[in-house]
Write a protein that binds this ligand. Structure first.
Ligand SMILES: O=P(O)(O)OC[C@H]1O[C@H](OP(=O)(O)OP(=O)(O)O)[C@H](O)[C@@H]1O
Ligand code: HPA
Length: 186
């Protein structure tokens, strides 16, 4: 499918410039899907999608992997504007039957400070999965404040705020097919 990919966008009071094109993202998502097919091809993993940000990435990644298995959703929230509040709230908890004794593939859109993963992984571990594989589309190692498990990352990016392909700035921008970075020159 061909997507409209605007050059420069405004969301609320901020301007954003193109950072990753839809094509770059799609090519990398296919590679990640192939890696999951290799590591989990002999079984039926449970996919756990971190809402809201990971919903578009997960839809593409799961189909790119060709893997069967159930799909579940969890919802955490910690961001206000471009900053983490530091407090990770759990709105939708995992279904135990998708986790206990299962090989779980946890799909996240971004690991930034690492606070969300640090808060969520113990909740998952308490349900006693057979294994957990953490996949994130984006990783900001220079912004990370805490060490967390990370098995597969699509792109390692600088510590600047990004939107698009599921990621938002205060509720806006999730629908954009490419990923945009906060502009500094306005
Ligand atoms: O590593 P961290 O600094 O914790 O940031 C990563 C988290 O922040 C975003 O979620 P957010 O709380 O914005 O909720 P959303 O997915 O509904 O946008 C993103 O989807 C990750 O879950
Ligand atoms: O850079 C980001 N953009 C959107 N949401 C986020 N959540 C953590 N980091 C980010």
């Amino acid at each position: 499918m061909a997507y409209a990919n605007p050059a420069r966008i405004k969301l609320h009071e901020h301007q954003f410039v193109p950072f990753l094109t839809p094509t770059e993202i799609q090519l990398r998502v296919v590679e990640l899907g192939q890696e999951l097919a290799l590591s989990h091809g002999s079984g039926k993993p449970s996919f756990l999608v971190m809402l809201k940000g990971a919903f578009i990435f997960a839809a593409d990644l799961i189909r790119a992997s060709g893997l069967g298995g159930e799909i579940g959703f969890v919802r955490t929230q910690s961001y206000k504007g471009t900053e983490t509040s530091g407090e990770v709230r759990m709105h939708i908890a995992p279904e135990p039957e998708l986790v206990t004794d299962q090989d779980v593939i946890l799909i996240e859109d971004i690991i930034d400070s690492g606070n969300t993963m640090q808060a969520f992984l113990p909740i998952l571990a308490a349900l006693k999965p057979r294994s957990v594989t953490v996949v994130t589309l984006l990783h900001k190692p220079e912004a990370q404040q805490v060490d967390v498990q990370l098995d597969l990352a699509g792109f390692v990016i600088p510590p600047k705020f990004v939107v698009g392909y599921g990621l938002d700035y205060d509720g806006l921008g999730r629908q954009l097919p490419g990923i945009y970075q906060l502009a500094e020159d306005y």
